[in-house]
Design a protein around this ligand. Structure first.
Ligand code: NAP
Length: 280
């Protein structure tokens, strides 16, 4: 499994990680088995959020007994809780639900109404007290990142988690360039389009299949390799099925050549820059 950095001085993190949205909705035993299979296969980066209901306790059960230092746990504060004090108490609640003493990264889930000064002060306090190792944001466009950097300073934002899949490439216009310029990792969420992966019979699906055959891989592995082709980009597919988790992890070792990337670029065009950043 390839590793990448969370920001300039950040920790190494598996290029393919595991999402957990809706992981608490189905069979709990299967969800735990999927997470564990993913971790065993090298997907040690696990993404969650206070918004994801009971997903954090599911993760706690999945990681019980595993060496904590081998995992990269990321959670998120809701914008409505992102005040100076609310951010700290939300983090403490997540730590309790995850049954751990620190997060590797803590994110503001999307931009809300609390001033950045408050949330950043809370993040700094959490770093100082050892409750988080680093912090970042989610669903931030380039202009939001500019404003945040003015408040926080250089080298503080570890990552920006944003919507990115074959049929939604808006972040390539401004967000990825901004993040690469400032040493911020880009974490691609919903890399399979949430529940809208290109069907095998579609034109794009055929391109995916042809490239997959050439690598003895699957179309989803090809999609993940395409999305993480830039040095700064990681992806966090969610799987509640252990076979799916194993398949996704194997994408962390797949590299596409320039012709394959060009074929995918043509099959799934980037499109014009939208007025605002798409999000789920
Ligand atoms: P996703 O990862 O794009 O797709 C998940 C779907 O793909 C599930 O139905 C899953 O099925 C299926 N799947 C996964 N691996 C598969 C495989 N190898 N073969 C066939 N099907 C497979 O969707 P997502 O959950 O929206 O996004 C991923 C993560 O990103 C979330 O879980 C969350 O952690 C994060 N996220 C963040 C934000 C944000 O605002 N920051 C927003 C959305 C998502 P099974 O479950 O049956 O395996």
């Amino acid at each position: 499994m390839k590793q990448k950095k969370f920001g300039n001085d950040g920790a190494d993190v598996s290029v393919i990680g595991q999402g957990t949205w809706y992981l608490d909705r189905g069979d709990r035993t299967a969800a735990i088995a999927a997470l564990r299979r993913g971790i065993e296969a090298g997907m040690t980066h696990i993404d969650t959020a206070e918004m994801y209901g009971e997903a954090e306790p599911v993760i706690a059960d999945a990681i019980a007994g595993l060496p904590r230092e081998n995992l990269v746990l990321v959670s998120k504060v809701l914008p409505s809780n992102a005040s100076r004090r609310g951010t700290v108490t939300a983090c403490e609640r997540s730590l309790k639900r995850l049954k751990t003493d620190h997060l590797d990264c803590y994110l503001l889930h999307w931009r809300g109404s609390y001033p950045f000064e408050e949330t950043v002060a809370a993040f700094d306090q959490l770093v100082t007290s050892g409750k988080i190792r680093s912090w970042g944001v989610s669903n931030f466009d380039a202009d939001d990142l500019d404003e945040l950097r003015d408040v926080a300073g250089d080298g503080k934002i570890a990552c920006n988690q944003v919507l990115y899949h074959l049929q939604e490439r808006a972040i390539e216009h401004a967000v990825i360039p901004w993040c690469e310029q400032h040493g911020v990792a880009v974490v691609a969420y919903s890399p399979f389009g949430h529940n809208d992966f290109p069907s095998a019979r579609s034109k794009g699906g055929e391109v995916l299949q042809a490239i997959a055959r050439a690598h003895n891989a699957t179309p989803r592995q090809v999609a993940l390799a395409f999305l993480t082709r830039a040095l700064s980009v990681l992806a966090i597919p969610k799987a509640s099925n252990a076979e799916h988790a194993a398949e996704n992890a194997a994408a962390g070792d797949l590299t596409l050549d320039a012709a394959e990337i060009a074929a995918l670029d043509k099959a799934f065009p980037r499109g014009p820059k939208p007025r605002s950043l798409p999000m789920l």
